[in-house]
Design a protein around this ligand. Sequence first.
Ligand code: FMN
Length: 225
Amino acid sequence: MKKILAFNGSPRSQGNTSYLLQHFLDGTGHHPETLEVIHPHELNLEYCHGCLRCNVLRRCSISGDDWEQISGRILEADVLVFASPIYFHHLPGPLKILLDRFRSFNHVQITESGLKHTPWHEWKKDFVLLLCMGSPDDSDADPVIDLFRFVTSILGSGNRLHVIKATRLAVAKQVIKDRDELRILYEKLKLPADLAEKDHQKNKSVLAECKRLGNQLSGTHNQEV
Ligand SMILES: Cc1cc2nc3c(=O)[nH]c(=O)nc-3n(C[C@H](O)[C@H](O)[C@H](O)COP(=O)(O)O)c2cc1C
């Protein structure tokens, strides 16, 4: 069974992000011995100081916060899930602080043609991005996807990136609203009624996609999914 470590970057406990993640975890079968969910905003995590001493130390130079423990769990995991809302076309702060600390997993050298990244460890992981946004246009998530393409590539060519995007989500729990609830909400938001119908189908298929991916990556292959 694969070890799954998931980060939920939404500060809203009933946010849309948590439902995408929940469906992904449902797909994995929730095996507690191989599954952990972490909320970055609840961690005691310093931001990267930019000292670059990780190039020599082979670890982050900052001590006394949660990174030592978290970095160990990141290295042990087979699947890393980053579930997050899009904030100003990017990640919410706590998740970005966490991701900046990934710098310490690499040796970085400046060469004539560019930066050369050499990871300290062998990385062959599945990275999963579950992204929620208010915009109907999923290009608001592009900077985050670019960032993860970069991070996964510098950590090793064996990494794989999977992306699921959910759009036009403003209020908490919107992604799980049934047809009638969504119609009432869209009336308040002055959005056309037929859009509520279309979006209801779209939300359902995004959640099903999350569940399928969870099942596919868990290594358990539950036939019901
Ligand atoms: C500070 C902030 C910035 C946001 N920026 C964007 C944005 O750039 N593009 C977008 O589509 N939605 C943006 N949103 C909307 C959220 O991404 C969206 O409502 C999402 O579904 C929230 O996820 P949650 O319900 O899990 O909290 C922003 C929301 C906040 C609070």
